[in-house]
Design a protein around this ligand. Structure first.
Ligand SMILES: [Zn+2]
Ligand SMILES: [Zn+2]
Length: 371
């Protein structure tokens, strides 16, 4: 028994003459764990006790009953060690961070790379020294954050990078690459998006944005207030921010139709050398209400049914088409309201009924499930 133990696990050796205490290491997925096994005087494996290092203990948490069961069922120490290895392999799979504790040279490599890059750029590093957040500034002075997750085999294996961008962050990495080079690639990506953010920053500062509530750097959509219960949704292309964006006018038909006609008639006037906001003004022939001229409350009129503005993420964007009424409702509120009335008529997912405010005909589609 001892010889095969030595052969399979050269690091597990008896500590005493009686061969009741074995000490050493168990190797799983190229990682060594300290282990000690105390056998009773009759050397019955079923009644032996297992002592593990804290890391092994951590890994076996939740598997204790299996280990105990295997210990009781194993005919000898060798088969138990093999069973334990199987359990550990399963355990390691559910603890990816345990599997990837880097070798010592990883840390010296990281420190030298950070010295080249400059410590001032480091915003955060986690206690495992594997997740880094670096700050960067684009040429318009906007701050950005690059999150890097280094692999244990860094730099042989490419790190995972993420940032708040409207496009996927694609980084070229070779085993010779450094954090400094990675950072410079990120700066180039930021530069390629400067125009896109300039366009959106101008819109954000000079108009009232109804959606998203708090735009992030990756958001390409803006819903801009045009007037009372009228808004335009624009989708700016991050690669071609100066081009005519995808536009969608929202509000009561009588207010939206003239704007839609202007958009269609003036589309050809779109000038890529001018800013998107200027172009929108020229094409729609309107002045957008801005924080300088209007209070936001002018546009955030609450729903006529639930009396609130935001219903989860939705805003009251279903407006009564009667020009004298123009009451906004949440689509979901109006749908539920009309559906409950016997005077309403439903055809597929559309309900035909009367406006709860002015009794003029109103229709509403079942609200799409937000993902
Ligand atoms: Zn509502
Ligand atoms: Zn109405």
């Amino acid at each position: 028994m001892e010889t095969s133990l030595v052969k399979d696990n050269p690091l597990l050796l008896p500590l005493n003459k009686e061969k009741t205490i074995y000490d050493g290491f168990i190797t799983v997925q190229e990682r060594d764990f300290r282990i000690r096994i105390h056998l009773p005087p009759d050397r019955q494996v079923a009644r032996s006790r297992l002592h593990c290092c804290w890391r092994l203990k951590h890994l076996l948490r939740g598997y204790e009953h299996i280990v105990k069961q295997r210990l009781q069922q194993s005919p000898d120490l060798v088969s138990f060690i093999l069973e334990l290895k199987t359990v550990l392999e399963v355990g390691l799979k559910s603890f990816p961070e345990c599997r990837s504790i880097p070798p010592p040279q990883y840390y010296s490599q990281l420190i030298s790379e950070m010295e080249t890059l400059g410590w001032a750029k480091l915003l955060f590093i986690n206690t495992e020294f594997q997740t880094l957040r670096l700050k960067a500034e684009d040429s318009s002075g906007r701050e950005h954050i690059l999150t890097i997750k280094l692999k244990s085999k860094h730099p042989a294996e490419a790190p995972e990078c993420s940032a708040d961008l409207p496009i996927p962050l694609l980084i070229t990495w070779t085993p010779q690459s450094t954090l400094d080079q990675l950072y410079n690639q990120f700066l180039l990506v930021l530069e390629s998006l400067t125009k896109f953010w300039d366009v959106l920053d101008e819109i954000d500062s000079k108009t009232w944005i109804l959606e998203p509530e708090k735009p992030s750097r990756s958001d390409t959509m803006r819903r801009i207030a045009v007037g009372n219960n009228v808004s335009i949704k624009v989708e700016v292309d991050p690669r071609h921010p100066e081009m005519l964006p995808e536009c969608c006018l929202l509000g009561a038909e009588h207010a939206v139709t003239p704007l839609r006609n202007k958009l269609n008639a003036n589309m050809h006037l779109w000038n890529p050398d001018s800013s998107v906001l200027h172009n929108l003004r020229d094409v729609l022939e309107i002045e957008f209400p801005s924080p300088a001229t209007h209070e936001k409350s002018t546009f955030s009129v609450e729903c006529g049914i639930c009396y609130s503005y935001r219903l989860e993420a939705a805003i009251p964007d279903h407006v009564c088409n009667d020009p004298r009424c123009g009451q906004p409702f949440h689509q979901a509120c109006l749908y539920e309201w009309l559906r409950a009335l016997p005077s309403s008529r439903q055809s597929f997912n559309i309900v035909f009924g009367e406006c709860p405010y002015c009794s003029k005909p109103i229709t509403v589609k079942m609200a799409a499930q937000k993902s």
